[in-house]
Write a protein that binds this ligand. Structure first.
Ligand code: HEC
Length: 106
């Protein structure tokens, strides 16, 4: 009987692990955000290609928001050309990591 419980418990843990989303790691993001800082790190900065865009502040926004914005650029639901190119080069793990990183900022 004990064995069955142990097996059930293990199966439960395995299920949990499989169902868990990609978890963002802010530390792992440190070398991934280098390219973001050029535009997003400067208050009031405007990107000028191919038109003039106001660059929004992303530090301190919720990880969920940043993540979904990046996924929308990646899929083409959001159409900003600079961000689209950048998001296209990010994996799901990269997106989770940078989202965790920026969510920690004030
Ligand atoms: C070439 C300049 C540039 C770089 C580099 C850049 N961004 Fe952006 N980003 C922009 C601009 C401009 C916008 C606003 C686009 C729009 O209006 O949709 C934006 C929008 C965003 C948004 C949506 C913000 C909001 O409030 O809706 C997120 C999230 C974001 N960028 C994350 C990143 C991350 C993460 C990186 C690095 C991997 C990065 N960006 C690199 C210019 C840049």
């Amino acid at each position: 009987m004990k064995k069955i419980f142990a097996l059930l418990a293990l199966a439960g843990i395995a299920n949990l692990a499989a169902a868990a989303d990609v978890v963002g790691n802010a530390d792992a993001a440190k070398n991934k955000v280098a390219m973001c800082i050029g535009c997003h790190g400067i208050p009031g900065y405007k990107a000028t290609f191919p038109e003039v865009y106001q660059v929004p502040m992303i530090g301190g926004q919720s990880a969920k928001y940043i993540e979904s914005a990046l996924n929308q650029y990646k899929k083409g639901d959001r159409k900003n050309p600079s961000m689209r190119g950048i998001a296209a080069g990010l994996s799901d793990q990269d997106i989770a990591d940078v989202a965790a990183y920026y969510a920690q900022q004030k």
